[in-house]
Design a protein around this ligand. Structure first.
Ligand code: GTR
Length: 674
């Protein structure tokens, strides 16, 4: 009896465990970590510098970018994320295009259906394209997007050919039925876009790659001579590569039509098809504008942010989307040589729009926004502003210059609100044939200090509020993010977020930030004391010192006064306040680049504001000049490690200097620029 009962309960536990495993397997493919939705649990990360080329040289102009850096960054995306770009093939129309004129509301439109053959062999794959254009004497801009369920689901027009290819929907055994007609028509607003003068084109993603694990076998891949079956090479593209390729083939055809403006075809996609639209825009620069809607992980969202869908989750559930290599970065996103900001940067200088939805936490809206912020340097090379801000807008507010962004309220979907913003953005950025008038935006060359141009911090109100994307090193209610010179806790006194320097006989009791960075904006508020000239400083990387000193009222200021980059340049003006008053520095710091042997490859530069006055702008610096740098004066074992890291990664901390004066600090934060 006993044994039997025992046997029963064991089996029960076993069955229970089995059920759990099965549940988690159907949800996620394989057991894996729970997604994080807690913003405070997002790990700190630093993004790879997308302006760096193959030999660590930095793109300083659009021509550097186009010649060496963009191809290099593109290759990283191919190798680690999407697989190599697929070759083009000849596209021809099977039979005849079917054109009919129809009224959509008050607008007369022309509906065109065409069956395209992609390749020249007898069995070359085909796709059906559905296109609407407003009846017009002029060539019109066109939005092109892939759809999930076949063209017939995108509109309620009755005579649209129902796709015969595999569809994502479970109903009808992955085959589309009559019932699917018009079921997704809110995602394809023909009437409103025609009225605004835009065309709309669509094709079914399943025509290029049916969206399931073994979809590769019946995809376009075999027709291109790509491997199918098992043991797919590491950099072999998957569904996203095939979908992006499909978008380009549809574009090939669109460009032959008299109705379509060849300089204004906009590629757009929702969700996984948003990922595909971004990759298509990266691979094919004939797309004049690119729009990602709720594209999330592997689309616009930064992979390094552990929020929502992760590389682990996505490659487990959808191993067929990316190149096989990506899965090896599950859980080690920080080691990826590229991140999704590099994908967004591939669109530069063309207009790019990223849209998120508030309840679509799985897609990490903030990560999508931050990737758009981080793509900005590529636009700056063309003298263009990307988003023009680093602050996420409130819901339902569209912002941006050459990069547009909004976060809509509501769920993961493509809605009329989204379309309206896309069309407004396209009106702003592509209207009047802007692309063809300013040929490819190729006005070359920026000055070296272009990166500094848009740095205008507001220093009017103190204490200043840290921006939401800042990393706070010192503030109210947080532990100061600094260590002592030996790596141990600091002995400076801290009260209500104010830190006071504890002096030491040899002036070596600096404190070291626990965060390291390469290029960054640095904000620090401080108060000098009458003791020992109020001497202190912000020692950036431990190499370059923005001087803190009681220089108030000094007429003939030098390279050792407040506002100077110590021993490099004096400030433009004496902006110092007297002892006992709070003062503020904002510094945009671009570190020098070094060769592997440590020698300088390109100098560093910075721009600095002190108490509302510009004190430095574009000074360049190479080797540090002060004999007192912490790696030479007051060296500890810990500092040797800090220096070694700086040497290996180009990243270093911020030191607050002890120079014999009890200077006070508060509100210190950094914002990484890469
Ligand atoms: C989800 C996937 C997302 C997103 C979405 C979609 O299941 O995890 O990355 O792309 O599908 O395409 O609807």
């Amino acid at each position: 009896m006993k044994n039997k009962a025992f046997g029963f309960s064991v089996r029960c536990i076993f069955l229970h465990a089995l059920t759990l495993t099965l549940v988690s397997e159907t949800t996620f493919g394989l057991a894996q970590s729970t997604p994080n939705y807690d913003e405070t649990a997002v790990r700190s990360y630093s993004l790879p510098n997308l302006l760096l080329g193959p030999n660590e040289e930095l793109a300083l102009s659009s021509s550097d970018w186009e010649k060496t850096v963009r191809p290099f960054q593109f290759k990283l995306l191919e190798t680690f994320t999407y697989g190599c770009r697929l070759p083009t093939v000849e596209v021809s129309v099977l039979g005849k295009e079917k054109r009919i004129e129809k009224k959509y509301g008050d607008t007369t439109g022309v509906r065109i259906q065409a069956s395209l053959k992609m390749g020249t062999t007898e069995n070359a794959p085909t796709t059906n394209v559905l296109l609407y254009v407003p009846k017009s004497k002029k060539k019109v801009p066109v939005f092109l997007k892939l759809n999930f369920l076949g063209n017939q689901a995108e509109v309620s027009d009755e005579d649209i050919k129902i796709t015969e290819n595999w569809v994502i929907s479970k109903e009808g055994n992955n085959r589309a039925t009559e019932a699917s007609r018009g079921t997704k028509s809110q995602r394809f607003p023909v009437q409103s876009m025609l009225t605004r003068g835009y065309g709309l084109a669509t094709a079914h993603c399943g025509d290029f790659f049916p969206d399931y694990r073994n979809g590769r076998d019946t995809s376009i891949m075999e027709s291109l001579g790509r491997p199918i079956g098992k043991n797919i090479p590491n950099d072999e593209p998957g569904a996203l590569g095939a979908w992006a390729w499909g978008l380009s083939r549809v574009l090939d055809w669109l460009l032959t039509l008299p109705e379509v403006d060849p300089d204004r075809v906009i590629v757009l996609g929702h969700s996984r098809l948003g990922k595909a639209a971004l990759w298509a825009g990266a691979c094919d620069q004939r797309f004049a504008m690119v729009i990602s809607n709720d594209s999330g992980c592997g689309g616009a969202a930064l992979s390094r942010r552990n929020y929502g869908e992760s590389i682990e989750a996505i490659t487990n559930r959808f191993p067929h989307w990316f190149c096989p290599k990506l899965a090896t970065f599950a859980g080690r996103e920080n080691e990826l040589p590229c991140d999704q900001h590099s994908l967004l940067a591939m669109i530069a200088p063309r207009p790019l729009y990223v849209a998120s939805a508030q309840n679509d936490r799985w897609a990490d809206p903030r990560g999508e926004f931050l990737a758009a912020v981080a793509a900005n340097p590529a636009y700056e090379l063309y003298n263009l502003q990307g988003l023009g801000t680093r602050v996420m807008p409130p819901v339902n507010t569209s912002i941006g210059k050459t990069i547009g962004y909004h976060i809509r309220d509501g769920k993961h979907d493509l809605l009329q609100f989204d379309w309206d913003q896309f069309a407004d953005f396209a009106d702003r950025t592509l209207q009047n044939n802007m692309v063809s008038q300013t040929p490819k935006y190729m006005q070359p060359v920026l000055k070296n200090n272009q990166i500094l141009a848009d740095f205008h911090p507001d220093q009017r109100a103190l204490p200043a509020q840290p921006p939401e994307d800042a990393i706070v090193l010192l503030g109210r209610n947080i532990e100061p993010q600094f260590t002592a010179m030996n790596g141990e806790p600091i002995d400076w006194t801290e009260e209500n977020g104010v830190l006071t320097a504890t002096r030491s006989p040899r002036h070596v009791n600096h404190v070291i930030s626990t965060e390291i960075f390469q290029d960054a904006d640095i904000h620090a508020e401080f108060m000098t004391s009458a003791l020992a000239h109020g001497n202190s400083g912000l020692y950036i990387h431990g190499h370059y010192e923005m001087q803190i000193y009681d220089s108030f009222g000094v007429k003939k200021i030098t390279q050792q006064d407040e506002g100077s980059l110590y021993r490099f340049t004096k400030p433009f003006v004496n902006a110092s306040r007297s002892t006992g008053e709070w003062q503020v520095y904002d510094i945009r710091f671009i570190a020098p680049r070094r060769h592997a042997n440590g020698s300088i490859q390109s100098p560093g530069t910075l721009k600095a504001w002190l108490n509302g006055k510009l004190v430095q702008d574009g000074v360049t610096f190479t080797e540090p000049r002060s004999p007192y740098i912490p790696y030479k004066h007051g060296v500890t074992t810990h500092l040797k490690k800090v220096e070694q890291t700086l040497h290996e990664t180009g990243k270093g901390p911020l030191f607050l200097q002890d120079h014999g004066s009890p200077v006070k600090f508060r509100n210190i934060w950094i914002k990484r620029l890469n």
